[in-house]
Design a protein around this ligand. Structure first.
Ligand code: TYM
Length: 334
């Protein structure tokens, strides 16, 4: 049976970018790829590559798990778990560090960017992060990995490391392929629509939409999203990045092709009506997710789901690690 793996790190609250670029894809694929086994996790070990407040981290780990289910992942269909509860991730992460070269890690764009903005000392794990991500994927022999555009380079490195290991030690890992959505692989910042939407320190709240935002905050943020002065609702990422981003969001939320949305609004003479409607659609969409999230986060159901996911993932991971270690000669000679 084929396998699919993906995860999100609990470094900040979930953004609309995480939802459209990742979670929404997981949900769609869960219904389409009937003969594929799904492993979706909370990448908490990845979070500690930069400093985190303990209480906040603890809460966010659970939040992401609850949002996975609230957004439509079916726990009967998907193995949902927390990365640090399956310790083999760290072990294979180390083995991947022993497969990769320092130069390969230093080339990673995300590392370079994060290193530049880091005010405290840069943690070693920030550099070796892609080795852990490779481990997350290879541990389960995943052939498909749905991610947003920004993870592409990490995925390429995973493929390289899998191939290198297979050549050095014999066929061991499945070489995965990425799955990047056509609409919404890079949702942009609402105030600076040439940049990726993210929730980083120092950004204005108007730049991003969070899955935890209230309906009014969502409406207001869409209303104040930066657009050009041309007033025609047309998709043109180069000349009209702001409105193109809003069209992408509209399309992702409604599953309506962008061409059809353009047609719907072709006679509008201002952006106002379009923005109002998008704000309303998005506020309703996110509100219904929040209702499910609220009931889950207070129940014991979520813990049961995560226990079950951990037990299954651990079983697969342990089996895989035994093979990997044997291939490398890391076993006691009898
Ligand atoms: P993370 O936690 O930064 O983001 C989680 C997922 O959300 C996508 N994403 C976006 N997609 C579209 N537009 C945006 N503005 C946007 N912002 C974020 C990301 O591309 C990602 O798919 N290293 C990963 C987590 C990870 C992982 C893995 C993923 C750890 N191990 C194994 C896949 C497989 C990360 O930091 O994603």
């Amino acid at each position: 049976m084929k396998r699919l793996v993906s995860g999100i790190k609990p470094t900040g609250e979930l953004t609309l970018g995480n939802y459209i670029g990742a979670i929404k894809q997981f949900v769609k694929l869960q219904n389409e790829l009937v003969d594929t086994e799904f492993f979706i996790f909370v990448a908490d070990l990845h979070a500690i590559t930069t400093p985190q407040e303990k209480q906040k981290l603890r809460a966010r780990i659970k939040d992401i798990a609850a949002f996975y289910v609230a957004c439509g992942l079916d726990p009967e269909r998907v193995h949902l778990f927390i990365q640090s509860e399956v310790i083999e991730h760290a072990l294979l992460g180390y083995i991947m560090e022993s497969t990769a070269y320092i130069g390969e890690m230093e080339r990673m764009i995300q590392f370079k960017e994060k290193k530049r903005t880091q005010t405290e000392g840069v943690r070693t794990s920030l550099l070796t992060y892609p080795a852990l991500m490779a481990a997350d994927i290879l541990l389960y022999d995943a052939s498909i990995v749905p991610v947003g555009e920004d993870q592409n380079q990490h995925l390429e490195l995973t493929r390289l490391l899998a191939e290198r290991f297979n050549i050095q030690y014999g066929q061991t890992f499945v070489v995965p392929v990425g799955h990047i959505t056509k609409v919404g692989a890079k949702i942009k910042d609402l105030q600076e629509p040439t940049k990726k939407m993210s929730k980083s320190e120092g950004l204005s709240e108007k730049s991003y939409i969070l899955l935890q935002d209230t309906p009014n905050q969502i409406r207001n943020k869409i209303r104040s999203a930066v657009t050009d002065s041309d007033q025609s609702i047309r998709f043109d990422e180069k000349l009209k990045p702001g409105i193109s981003n809003l069209l992408t969001i509209y399309s992702a939320i409604t599953d309506m092709p962008i061409k059809k949305i353009e047609k719907k609004y072709e006679h509008e003479t201002s952006y106002q009506g379009f923005k109002e409607e998008l704000g309303e659609l998005l506020a309703n969409h996110i509100e219904s997710i929040q209702t499910k999230y609220k009931s889950l986060i207070q129940s014991s159901e979520l813990d049961q789901i995560l226990d079950k996911g951990r037990d299954y993932a651990s079983m697969i991971a342990k089996r895989k690690m035994a093979k990997v270690m044997a291939r490398m000669g890391l076993e006691r000679k009898k």
